[in-house]
Design a protein around this ligand. Structure first.
Ligand code: SAM
Length: 263
């Protein structure tokens, strides 16, 4: 794993994620809805930095023909993913990787979907460019790379907007979850808001630059699909648009995401 993310960070994230990630169910549902396959189609997914395996579990539940390899650099996160994905039997596997290294890249060969939520920002700009090109070269022709992540504000005004809307979202989510600001206070104590408390472990790049890197990597269709509080969902598709294709309906995706966030 990268030198900066530790098992202590993994444990802090597991405590905080339910409030610290803005509209987490919505983000997961957005990623599932953007997958360019119908629920009855077989396809192969690699998830980079699967964390506790919640997104992977929602995906395997919503796409019963899909298979998924979940990679993470943290032992405790891999254990959580393996436990959560056990009911899917041979459709799911879990492995170790360091996103900043290159030895694992052959695991992507022929994948149809590469997903990553809240990890690409641990790479520098040049490392992101390299990763996007490596993924584009290894994905199948029908493939897509879909990312949910923090993005760097392009101006000081945007930094203020990202920082304050993130704090506000966390306060609302804390009230909704536990009826108080207890979880929001934990978020503040941990200095988790990158836009107020930059940490060398976090290296988000501006969204516009990342879209350009995706395009330069060879993705035919590149876009940002969702954004809130400095968190964006963006990515690239290898194939040009096909408007006749119907993926997973958003309402179905949201139910799958909410179920995966329950336990
Ligand atoms: C913020 S958590 C996100 C987890 C999950 N994807 C989610 O959205 O809930 C970041 C994850 O990235 C993993 N990670 C951080 N740096 C990594 C690296 N260099 N290589 C592999 N995994 C890494 C951590 O172990 C952790 O599971």
């Amino acid at each position: 794993m990268g030198e900066n993310w530790t098992e202590t960070t993994s444990a802090a994230y597991r405590r905080l994620a339910q409030v610290a990630v803005p509209a987490r169910a919505e983000q997961m549902a957005a990623l599932l809805t953007l997958i360019p396959f119908a629920p009855d189609q077989p396809f192969r997914v690699v998830e980079l930095a699967s964390g506790e395996g919640r997104l992977a579990s929602a995906l395997l539940g919503a796409f019963p023909q899909a298979t998924l390899l979940a990679l993470d650099g943290s032992e405790s996160m891999r254990a959580a993913t393996a436990q959560r994905l056990a009911p899917f039997g041979e459709r799911a596997s879990v492995g170790s990787f360091d996103m900043a290294a290159t030895g694992w890249l052959p695991l992507l060969d022929g994948a149809d979907v590469v997903l990553s939520s809240l990890c690409v920002h641990h790479l520098s700009g040049p490392q992101k460019q390299f990763l996007f090109a490596a993924i584009a070269a290894r994905l199948s022709d029908r493939g897509a790379l879909l990312i949910a992540d923090l993005v760097e504000p392009a101006r000081g005004e945007a930094r203020e907007l990202f920082a304050s809307t993130w704090d506000r979202t966390v306060e609302l989510q804390s009230q909704a979850l536990v009826g108080s600001d207890a979880l929001a206070r934990l978020f503040q104590q941990e200095n988790w808001n990158h836009f107020r408390f930059p940490d060398p472990v976090d290296k988000p790049s501006p969204l516009f630059a990342q879209l350009q890197w995706l395009s330069a990597a060879g993705f035919a269709v590149v876009d940002c699909f969702w954004m809130q509080a400095g968190h964006a969902i963006y990515g690239g598709y290898k194939a040009t648009p096909n408007d006749s294709r119907h993926g997973l309906p958003y309402t179905t995706a949201l139910k799958a995401a909410e179920a995966a966030l329950q336990d």
